[in-house]
Design a protein around this ligand. Structure first.
Ligand SMILES: [Zn+2]
Length: 139
């Protein structure tokens, strides 16, 4: 990759190439940071370590992408939305969640928080993490 990445970020992408989705766990308080950062946001410890996340998460909000601002490289994701996702490990982040359309959004909002799970998505030249809506909501 052309851009110079922070070491912890580079590590995250290296693990994705191996098919592993990793966060950073704090050995002092047990908090997990995702996406990974060096310092623990819960207690401030700088000695966090890699841990593979389960991928299980709950989605707490749904934000539809604006049609005009929709990034072209996201087109092949199919139907998706943005939202706040809370991992089973406790970390919260904003993420892309596949399987949500403008049509299904209203019904899904009534079933919040939604069960989702992390997946590795191949972008142009590198991998990244997206989330998928659990199958029980589909169809
Ligand atoms: Zn901590």
């Amino acid at each position: 990759m052309a851009i110079k990445l922070e070491k912890v970020v580079q590590g995250f992408y290296d693990f994705l190439e191996e098919g592993k989705i990793m966060g950073r766990r704090c050995p002092k308080c047990g908090a997990v940071e995702f996406p990974p950062v060096y310092a623990c946001n819960s207690c401030g410890s700088l000695e966090t370590e890699w841990c593979e996340i389960s991928g299980k998460a709950k989605m707490h909000s749904i934000v539809m992408p604006a049609a005009l601002s929709s990034k072209p490289e996201y087109r092949e994701l199919g139907k998706y939305a943005y939202g706040e996702v809370e991992l089973a490990e406790g970390a919260r982040c904003n993420a892309v969640v596949r399987g949500i359309s403008r049509k299904s959004r209203k019904e899904l909002l009534e079933r919040m928080p939604l069960d989702v799970h992390a997946a590795i998505y191949q972008r142009d030249g590198y991998k990244t993490v997206v989330f998928d809506l659990d199958e029980k909501y589909l169809g």
